[in-house]
Design a protein around this ligand. Structure first.
Ligand code: TA6
Length: 279
């Protein structure tokens, strides 16, 4: 890894961190989880929210940044029942596959150290690619290396930083149907999304564009390869009940996630790219 823009910083009390310092941005990626922790374009605030009480020592998935949920989203079911929520890879160490770029863009690829027996059992391989500039492009790329069709659910579980959730609006999901994970009902979004309570919704759509507007910023979000967009804010009580979630953190974050939650089946030998692009 002789790229001038990235270095591995060995931590004593936390997972090793890849620190990226580039003319157009700074970023940090934890080896644990292949987990993008921060992304800060030059002269801007961090686009991502990271809990100050997040565990960075590998004892549990990191709260904030961009957790990668794979090879399932949500609780484990079927043959994987009892396994961790949101799959294995956000709790594994990852290795650097590739770093390339110039003073305009930097591309970083990592893959998880899947134990061989697990890799055999899954029949799936995965890597993440981060493409950095003054924008951020994330791709979660899965290949079915088995000889049979395989189910896959996943999410790029991005924690967006907002100045104040009470002045935040998520647009372009109007008219979209969603599964409300709190009420277990299916509803239709009428207006733009304003959050003033606990929200945990799976918008069933493959639309590519939406935005997250606050007083000072408009974050334009686009995606590909998804069949749903997840919107989550735990709000006050749930935030308080999570030891790794700042008690008032819910006021400064909203998760907007490109996801596959609707029963994607990956044919043998095929590759699926789930993408989220942010500018
Ligand atoms: O993406 C929304 C969600 O599935 C919520 O239901 C909530 O569980 C959130 O993910 C965080 O999950 P975690 O396992 O990271 O605490």
């Amino acid at each position: 890894m002789n790229n001038p823009y990235i270095k591995l910083v060995k931590k004593t009390d936390a997972s090793d961190i890849f620190q990226l310092v580039h003319p157009r941005f700074t970023a940090q990626i934890s080896k644990f989880g292949g987990h993008l922790l921060t992304f800060k374009p030059t002269n801007q605030d961090d686009w991502l929210w990271l809990s100050s009480t997040a565990k960075l020592d590998g004892t549990k998935p990191i709260r904030g940044g961009v957790p990668l949920c794979w090879p399932w989203f949500g609780p484990a079911t079927g043959e994987f029942a009892g396994e961790p929520q949101h799959g294995y890879i956000r709790s594994l160490d990852w290795e650097l596959l590739l770093v390339e770029g110039d003073d305009k863009t930097l591309t970083v690829r990592l893959s998880p150290n899947l134990p061989s027996e697990l890799s055999e059992k899954l029949g799936l391989e995965v890597y993440v690619e981060y493409k950095f500039s003054s924008k951020l492009k994330i791709s979660l790329v899965t290949t079915n290396v088995s000889d049979k069709p395989l189910k896959l659910s996943q999410a790029i579980h991005t924690y967006f930083r907002v100045d104040n959730i009470q002045n935040t609006e998520i647009t372009d999901l109007e008219e979209c149907h969603y599964e409300d994970k709190l009420t277990k009902e299916s509803n239709q979004q009428v207006s733009t999304i304003k959050i003033d309570q606990s929200v945990d919704r799976v918008y069933v759509t493959d639309q590519s564009d939406l935005s997250c507007k606050t007083n000072s910023t408009i974050r334009l979000i686009s995606g590909a390869g998804h069949d749903s967009i997840v919107v989550w804010n735990p709000w006050k009580d749930l935030a308080k009940g999570m030891p790794d979630f700042d008690d008032d953190g819910y006021l400064n974050m909203v998760c907007i996630e490109m996801a596959n939650t609707q029963g994607l089946i990956l044919a043998p030998g095929k590759t699926h790219k789930l993408k989220q692009n942010i500018r």
